[in-house]
Design a protein around this ligand. Sequence first.
Ligand SMILES: NC(=O)c1ccc[n+]([C@@H]2O[C@H](COP(=O)([O-])OP(=O)(O)OC[C@H]3O[C@@H](n4cnc5c(N)ncnc54)[C@H](O)[C@@H]3O)[C@@H](O)[C@H]2O)c1
Length: 422
Amino acid sequence: MDKVLVTGAGGFIGSHVVDALVESGKRVTALDRPGVPIHRRDLRPIAATIDDVDDLARACAGQDAVFHLAAVSDVNRAYADPVACVRANVLGTANVLEAARRAGVARVILASTVWVYNAAPDDASEPLSECTPLNVDRASHVYTSSKLAGEMLLADWHRFYGLPYTVLRYGIPYGPRMRDELVIAKFIRRALAGEPLSVSQASRHFLYVGDLARAHVSALRDVAAGQTYNLEGSELVTIREVAEAVRDLVGRDVAIEEMPPRPGDYRDRVVTSAKAKHDLGWEAEVPFAEGLRRTFNWFLATALHRERSRPNAAIEVALPCADQDRTRIPSNPAPLLPGCVRFGTSREVEGGRGRPETDPGDGQAAARSVSTAAQRSRNRRRRSASATRSPLVATARKYWRCSSKAVQNRAAAAKLPNPRIG
Ligand SMILES: NC(=O)c1ccc[n+]([C@@H]2O[C@H](COP(=O)([O-])OP(=O)(O)OC[C@H]3O[C@@H](n4cnc5c(N)ncnc54)[C@H](O)[C@@H]3O)[C@@H](O)[C@H]2O)c1
């Protein structure tokens, strides 16, 4: 299966799924709503909604598989507007299935969630597996019900129309490009601003998004046809532990406060991914501490960028970045210092090309600003004036001082200021 369509490709998980599929050699078509940027320029974007079967059928034509991720994914939004949630997650899924059927697609792979295990009986023996029976009257949240309904529709389209499918029940993902409302992003933002972090008694098996994306490549194997797989994180972390870890990374003494649970919140159950390991050779690999560090690097760099997004300002931040986080935008002209993050100008960013890029690792190149010398000198003057006021810059400097010696040495050899923010 070489040609694949990804719906929701501009979203948090979709963007990583696209990266994993491209890196594995697939020819990817990326579909998202008009106005939602796709982070890569080396693939075919389609601006369309999942509300129209005809549009979708055109997008599905010639595709071998469809990864269907487009959805109302924010549980609070689903709670506030249940009809919109059902329209996108249930009707939208039916539209995708019907379009795939008409186009003769060989497989539809659905993004579902471990939240469906809210519907498992209280006394179901743990770990819960894909065979654990689920009671439709226990889903406890319209988001969960909509995802269960999506799974049921896949089974129906297979039974009645012979459309092959795979269901992936995602654990709770986190990582670079995560949405602002997700708990880890919220904690990092609040901690950087010195605001208190509200924690519940809940705990989660958080899953690094790179691990999750990797599973999508294996899910194209023949063995996965007609199957459901749990893709769960391996470490149980309490929300309080997340808050403490973020506070340590940010290095500010922010308060941590208890709050009551959300209505219908996911009650973390022990869910096994043994089937995914057996059939697909997949398991979560990135430890939570490492994944959180990578997320923080990305968040900090992105936040610094936002803060500095003046028209055509040069934006370049040297922060250590894990090798595994490397994404390459082929059109980007400037090679990077190994282990550093670079942004384009804010104008490029507004054009949808400004996601952080990390070095491809050839070890040859020094980081370069894309600005002219005159712009650079103007920026330097503005920088020195504003940098002293910015808590983000202060955090970046502090973080830089704690970064690995090797990265700092390479930066010094390339005469890269620490950190450089234009
Ligand atoms: N993030 C999580 O915690 C989580 C956990 C389990 C499962 N999931 C599922 O994974 C999938 C991706 O989640 P995410 O976190 O990347 O969400 P996201 O909100 O970041 O991305 C969803 C994408 O779908 C697009 N979309 C929404 N409605 C659309 C429509 N009508 N037509 C076309 N595109 C539309 C959005 O523009 C967005 O880019 C969703 O199906 C979600 O339910 C997410």
